[in-house]
Design a protein around this ligand. Structure first.
Ligand code: JFZ
Length: 594
């Protein structure tokens, strides 16, 4: 049930938004039909996204003012008129661009595919187009086609190459989507735009740049389902092998795209990808230095792979063609980790053992990879729900055999002696006989004293009454969407969130509720019940849920739980009385008391 819910929630959850602006046109569902050429994509696991255009030269600054968030949206954010924006082209001269170096970086990073913006919402073509003069060859002093060089260099290193193309939003064209500051929406003829620019340009891209692994469409609009199907059919003829991203629209893409910064809590069936920015913006911004560290990238990659998906991580080169220093550095370091541990990522499928406090699992026939991102005290790794016969267990990089024991369906691995040299993710391999078991959707969440913190995420709740599990999306700056899953709708004592947890060790645990709660709803009484034992608390104020602002969560310690007997416990959070929504519950955290 749980996974069915999540598939539905993630595929429709954001389409209901009526808000104006960039967030209204996402489409993350796929057609459900397997594309015959999907296997390379499923095996790839790691891709590089590149946002590069005139906005890269503005670098987040217009008229002396700094902009934050998605830098490629600066024309929209600053409401820059076309007549001013188009002038940027005259000084766009990326002389430092070196196709060979970019391709080599991709190779060193260990990515298996690259997708670059051929034309983003700004409407500027980064390739040689006969359809318009607003392109890099005709309108800039650079005069060359960097996409030609990059497609060749990338492919020559065995990396799949693809184009991002904004098929509906085009702020340069009177009939393109979403420029409301220069053009009157009501006078727009989207069909004319598709016929005169988007389709002819896509045909150029699908004809002149060799075989494309992916055409990454974005923010669909202005077409019915039938029109979208026709549009796809027309383009498909040129390259039947090329995969179309879900944002081609109307659920007709070849694989699902998860929104920026979104990893589902449980495995998702079918081909899918999560796209992430390296810092807070897709397009280059000089003052955005909030880069994800190498350890964060490696753990994210393992997390995404453990749910069966790909991570496509974005870099934003500047207007001269330099890839930011920290992107180069951290991507190379990620690649070095993949050199040694790639077997546990590439061509794997989702792990059949759910997330554990120590980390994630990925699968290959006869092998389960344990991604230990949080090394347990005493070096004892518990893998619950392991029914198959275990043949051997070893650490991946040094192939050191590890002692293990089976207690019922618990597999206990001793990782003592495994060097981790500060590795952000130490991979252990379990070789087993028999067929691969299915992912256990009803497995309890593990809590053990070997970890300073144990998270019980809202996504694993069973809800009663009006309570429901809800994905929430909000941003910090502009377009830097964050996603989180909460239990919402708890308004009276019958609306509860119940978790089945397995507490491994005897002892005392501090129980902490992590939630958001606006001023107006704070000071309401709630109950955290553990095996019938009630712990009372009163809600504390954090913030209102607002899509355009951070959602503030408090970690509110509410009780000490004494565990005499290890085993399965039932935890329930619910309102004590009928009232307004008690909270948006993100997790229960259990911390062993030393
Ligand atoms: C779109 C673009 O508007 C943005 O500039 C960038 O190119 C990004 C990769 O894609 O923005 C989106 C689209 C969908 C989601 C978030 C941002 N989403 O589904 O979460």
């Amino acid at each position: 049930m749980k996974s069915i819910f999540l598939v539905l929630a993630f595929s429709t959850g954001f389409l209901v938004s009526k808000a104006q602006g960039m967030e209204e046109m996402w489409d993350k569902s796929a057609s459900g039909k397997e594309h015959p050429n999907i296997q390379w994509f499923k095996d790839a696991k790691f891709g590089m996204f590149i946002h590069w255009g005139l906005y890269s030269k503005l670098a987040g600054v217009w008229s002396g003012k700094n902009y934050y968030g998605s830098g490629e949206w600066i024309m929209n954010q600053a409401r820059i008129p076309v007549k001013d924006y188009q002038k940027i082209a005259a000084s766009f001269n990326p002389v430092k661009f070196n196709a060979g170096e970019w391709a080599q970086l991709a190779k060193d990073a260990g990515v298996k595919y690259m997708v670059i913006t051929a034309k983003h919402h700004e409407g500027f073509s980064m390739f040689d187009s006969k359809v318009t003069d607003f392109d890099i060859v005709d309108a800039t002093p650079y005069k060359k086609d960097p996409m030609k060089a990059l497609s060749e260099a990338t492919r020559s290193l065995g990396i799949q190459f693809g184009f991002y193309y904004s098929q509906f939003q085009d702020w340069y064209e009177p009939n393109g989507g979403k420029n409301t500051w220069d053009f009157d929406e009501s006078k727009k003829d989207y069909q004319l735009y598709y016929q005169k620019k988007a389709i002819p340009q896509l045909k150029e891209l699908l004809t002149n740049y060799g075989p494309l692994g992916i055409v990454w469409f974005d923010t669909p609009g202005g077409m019915s389902k039938e029109q979208t199907q026709q549009f796809i059919n027309e383009l498909r003829q040129l390259q039947p092998n090329s995969l179309f991203s879900s944002r081609v629209g109307q659920g007709l893409g070849d694989y699902k795209d998860f929104g920026d910064s979104e990893v589902p809590p449980v495995p998702i069936k079918g081909a899918w990808e999560s796209v992430y920015t390296h810092n807070d913006s897709w397009g280059y911004i000089t003052h955005d230095m909030n880069f994800k560290s190498t350890a964060e990238i490696i753990r994210l990659l393992a997390n995404v792979a453990s749910k069966g998906g790909n991570l496509m991580l974005n870099v934003g080169p500047d207007g001269e063609g330099n890839i930011p220093y920290y992107s180069v550095k951290y991507l190379r370091e990620t690649g070095a980790w993949l050199q040694k541990n790639g077997e546990s990522i590439y061509a794997t499928t989702a792990g059949f053992v759910p997330e554990q406090p120590w980390g994630f699992t990925t699968s290959k026939p006869g092998k389960l990879f344990l991604h230990v991102v949080n090394r347990p005290a005493y070096d004892l790794v518990l893998v619950p729900g392991f029914k198959n016969n275990v043949l051997k267990v070893y650490s991946l990089t040094d192939k050191k055999n590890l002692s293990f024991e089976k207690k019922g369906t618990d597999l206990l691995v001793r990782m003592k002696g495994v060097k981790n040299e500060q590795s952000p993710n130490t991979v252990l391999v379990v070789e087993y006989s028999g067929t691969e078991p299915a992912y256990n959707e009803t497995a309890p969440v593990t809590i053990a004293a070997a970890f300073e913190t144990n998270y019980i995420n809202a996504a694993f709740a069973k809800t009663t009454g009006a309570a429901k599990i809800q994905p929430l999306t909000y941003s910090h700056y502009y377009g830097d969407w964050k996603h989180t899953t909460c239990v919402t709708g708890m308004q009276n004592p019958a609306d509860g969130a119940t978790f089945s947890v397995r507490i491994i060790d005897q002892g005392d645990y501090k129980l902490i509720l992590e939630y958001a709660c606006p001023e107006s709803r704070s000071r309401q009484e709630g109950i955290l019940e553990v095996n019938g034992q009630p712990f009372l608390f009163r809600t504390l104020r954090t913030s209102e849920f607002d899509r355009k602002a951070p959602l503030l969560f408090i970690k509110h310690p509410v009780a000490i739980l004494h565990v005499e007997k290890p085993g399965i416990y039932t935890m329930t959070v619910k309102p004590a009385k009928t009232g307004a929504e008690l909270m948006k519950l993100k997790s229960i955290i259990a911390e062993p008391v030393q």
